[in-house]
Write a protein that binds this ligand. Structure first.
Ligand code: SF4
Length: 359
């Protein structure tokens, strides 16, 4: 019986925790600690621990057109019908960097679409802090629900607090607020009290962290004003690299725009069936005339798409991901994809008639 450990990186949030995939004859059968990872030293949050079961659940193995099973050739032909029609192209920021870049090339060179977008909301800023800065900080300002969204990053804040750091919180009432020494509960626009700013200014090592959402620009401004380092936390595994590759974060713009695109391609990726993931977008996406979704696992998106093309999942092809603090790490191919399922690179090579190959 096959029984291997393959070291990889958790596919969920931008902390970039190391994990061992337990590979048996049944594929990726479990997760074991990877103690040598400097990011998390073997610790994982519940999402990371459940990666193996999530990968197995809700797997898509057949292309679908109009609700009926179809063959891959027909589904690819439907995708290629988007050529020259001004389609909107989105890519999940959970794909590895190489796959994101391949999607960009497919959009530009095959479909005639210049810009690939993402359903995220941070664009023009970079972190000046790294994960290790949190552990040696004297004062940490946490904005929004950072500690729930990136739990292992949150655990570094709590470790600093145990060692005497002051943890301040600004934002809506939530889990991060409960953990803080002092809180400034505000709904809507970020309001950081003057005594918080004074504490940040006076500290030898001060850090402000904020998830990549609606508050990040205001949080970064507080860091700049007070001389603190700033950590922009990406909720998805490869959000930072997607921005660096030139994908345009467009979540708020998509929601705000009244018009519904007629043609749309989404390279989706969620190793778990999250009903809430696209829930606020589903009503609008449901009105897209020709919605093509490429994905490894079912989601509310694949439920409403006119055409669904299955693709290999995390752990079935190699790539690199960049954590929120800029560490580039490899995610190897631990197992083969199910028979007949192409990796994103193979699918894009096929769609481009061999013109775009894996780098
Ligand atoms: S903190 Fe993020 S990267 Fe680490 S195990 Fe949890 S979801 Fe995965």
């Amino acid at each position: 019986m096959r029984f291997n450990y393959v070291s990889s990186i958790c596919p969920f949030c931008g902390t970039g925790c190391g994990m061992n995939l337990i590979v048996t004859d049944d594929g990726i059968s479990g997760i074991a600690p990877y103690h040598r990872s400097p990011v998390n030293r073997g610790k994982l949050c519940t999402r990371g621990l459940h990666t193996a079961s999530e990968l197995k659940n809700f797997r898509i193995v057949k292309p679908v057109i109009g609700g009926a099973e179809a063959d891959l050739e027909a589904a690819c032909a439907k995708l290629l019908e988007l050529k020259g029609k001004g389609a909107e192209v989105y890519v999940s920021t959970r794909y590895p960097t190489e796959a994101i870049k391949a999607v960009q090339r497919l959009a530009k060179e095959v479909l005639g679409v210049e810009t690939v977008k993402t359903f995220t909301d941070a664009a023009d800023l970079q972190s000046t802090a790294v994960l290790a800065d949190l552990e040696k900080a004297d004062v940490i300002l946490v904005v929004d629900n950072a500690m729930r969204i990136l739990p292992v990053t949150g655990s570094k804040v709590l470790r600093a607090q145990d060692k005497g750091a002051k943890v301040l919180y600004a934002g809506p009432e939530n889990y991060s607020a409960v953990q803080a020494d002092e809180t400034a509960i505000t709904e809507g626009e970020l309001a950081v009290p003057e005594n918080f700013k004074a504490a940040l200014k006076a500290a030898a090592n001060a850090v402000v962290i904020c998830p990549a959402g609606s508050q990040y620009a205001a949080a970064a401004a507080v860091a700049e004003e007070t001389g603190a380092k700033f950590g922009l936390l990406f909720e998805t595994a490869n959000g930072r690299a997607a921005v660096e590759a030139g994908c345009v974060p467009s979540l708020s713009a998509f929601k705000a725009e009244e018009a519904v695109p007629a043609n749309m391609l989404i390279f989706a990726e969620s190793p778990e069936y999250q009903t809430e993931l696209y829930l606020d977008l589903v009503e609008k996406l449901g009105k897209v005339e020709n919605l093509v979704v490429v994905a490894s696992n079912a989601s509310v998106l694949t439920d409403i798409a006119g055409t669904v093309i299955p693709v290999a999942a995390f752990g079935e092809y190699a790539g690199t991901v960049t954590s929120w603090d800029g560490q580039v790490q490899e995610t190897p191919a631990a197992v083969a994809a199910p028979e007949g399922i192409l990796t994103p690179y193979e699918l894009i090579e096929k769609l481009s008639d061999g013109a775009i190959k894996e780098a």
